[in-house]
Design a protein around this ligand. Structure first.
Ligand SMILES: CC(=O)N[C@H]1[C@@H](OP(=O)(O)OP(=O)(O)OC[C@H]2O[C@@H](n3ccc(=O)[nH]c3=O)[C@H](O)[C@@H]2O)O[C@H](CO)[C@@H](O)[C@@H]1O
Ligand SMILES: C=C(OP(=O)(O)O)C(=O)O
Length: 419
């Protein structure tokens, strides 16, 4: 098993190129199931989740071809096996995103209930309820969602809660339904807009993506298209937070500041200076961070996927921060690992009270999920001495070349086999 070894305590300075967004690339790849023609996608990050999704799409029948300029072509000419087996989806939440497209295109889908980060129960009842409103017959048998529909019919669907992949699944299914679908209480995340743009390039009729009401007029068929995946706002936020915690200066290219206003506001509150341009962000930090309170909530509020990284920064901040997690019921697993580094954190229900300490000390810690891993990397970079992080396969699900990017900033970080 691989590990990361970090010698912490240094400032970080340098320039980094931000990769395409995991949470935008995965749904866009699934959109290729909706057409027999080729969909060409650029800026797909090289991640474990992307490799898992490619393997899943291939076994469904999709031909995948990468060229030298970084474009990847997906051709779902015929769907031979509308199934997502347990072995392939147990590690990846986004596998549920083949459900809507397969049902809309072939009238059937057999999808293992998905895995992903162990951060809460993560049911998919809203996906199922929405598809049932569109006429699908769905049952759960032996851990699989068994779905059938002669055809899907447009419907008005009011989601009980804001769900990102739920909105994406229903939006994709609705593109080929008979009639108009109205999704109310839809998620407003930028990744929804990115997916809608891809679908529109394939001939879909979608209005309102990015607002909480999305209207989709079903069409007879979709054609091929091309799309460039948006920058990863969580990777962007993670590097900015690392530098805010360690001190130093960072210039991020190929990203967009307007994707993470809530995060930038909190970094400024912590004491960082931030400049932004059309596709870059520059942050400098020349003081110990100030503690910042935060409460996670659906976009445009503070993202749950940045909560753990801000916990690491608050652990060495001046003052006490109150962090409230409202999206997932079990997303504080990094707390007990941070405590091994001498962090002073007290959890009560969905609130963590973080009393900043002047210094963290290196220790052996274990990554428990994707963003918890990023939190431990940041804490390790801040801590004096050596930090060893195990179970870093979580990190590789969502960060492209994280240690080489951190080395570009001057971090002392190496990947090693188990000792
Ligand atoms: C691949 C991907 O894009 N993952 C992101 C997506 O996950 P994902 O789409 O899985 O998260 P959701 O937005 O669906 O989940 C939000 C909340 O709704 C609940 N829920 C969701 C669906 C449902 O049918 N029933 C239900 O109760 C979940 O348990 C959770 O408490 O959005 C999350 C919230 O921004 C992010 O943390 C994940 O990084
Ligand atoms: C929770 C995350 O991923 P997933 O939904 O794929 O588990 C994440 O990206 O932080």
């Amino acid at each position: 098993m691989q590990k990361l070894i970090i010698q912490g305590g240094q400032e970080l300075c340098g320039e980094i190129r931000i990769s395409g967004a995991k949470n935008a690339a995965l749904p866009v790849m699934c959109a290729s199931l909706l057409t027999s023609e080729t969909v060409v996608i650029q800026n797909i990050p090289n991640l474990q989740d992307v490799a898992t999704m490619m393997a899943l799409l291939e076994q469904i029948g999709v031909g995948i071809l990468a060229n030298d300029s970084g474009e990847i072509a997906f051709s779902a000419t015929t769907i031979t096996n509308p199934t997502a087996p347990y072995e392939m989806v147990k590690t990846m939440r986004a596998a549920i995103l083949v459900l809507g497209p397969l049902l809309a295109r072939t009238g059937q889908a057999h999808i293992s209930l998905p895995g992903g980060c162990a951060i809460g129960l993560r049911p998919v009842d809203q996906h199922i309820k929405g598809l049932q409103s569109m006429g699908a017959e769905i049952s759960i048998e032996q851990g699989y969602i068994q779905a059938r529909a002669d055809h899907l019919t447009g419907a008005r669907i009011i989601m009980d809660l804001v769900t990102v992949t739920g909105t994406e699944n229903l939006m994709m299914a609705a593109t080929l339904a008979h009639g108009t679908t109205i999704l109310e209480n839809a998620a407003r995340e930028p990744e929804i807009i990115d997916l809608a743009n891809c679908l529109i390039s394939m001939g879909a009729k979608i209005q309102g993506a990015g607002s909480d009401v999305i209207t989709i007029e079903g069409v007879e068929r979709l054609h091929g298209g091309s799309h460039t995946v948006m920058p990863d706002r969580i990777e962007t936020g993670t590097f900015l937070t690392a530098v805010a915690a360690c001190g130093g200066e960072i210039h991020l290219m190929h990203t967009r500041a307007n994707l993470l206003d809530a995060v930038l506001d909190k970094l400024i509150e912590a004491g960082a200076s931030i400049d932004t341009g059309e596709n870059w962000i520059h942050l400098s930090m020349n003081r110990r961070p100030r503690a910042v309170n935060l409460r996670t909530a659906p976009y445009p509020a503070f993202p749950t996927d940045m909560q753990a990284q801000f916990m690491a920064m608050n652990a060495i901040a001046e003052g006490t921060a109150v962090i409230t997690e409202t999206i997932f019921e079990n997303r504080f697993m990094h707390v007990q690992e941070l405590q091994r580094l001498n962090a002073n954190i007290h959890v009560e229900g969905n609130t963590a009270i973080v009393s900043g300490v002047a210094e963290l000390g290196g220790a052996k810690v274990m990554a428990t999920d994707l963003r918890a891993s990023a939190c431990l990397v940041i804490a390790g970079l801040v801590a004096s001495g050596e930090t060893e992080i195990s179970r870093i396969y979580h990190l590789d699900r969502g960060y492209e070349q994280i240690e080489s990017k951190l080395k570009q900033l001057g971090a002392n970080i190496t990947r090693t086999r188990a000792r």
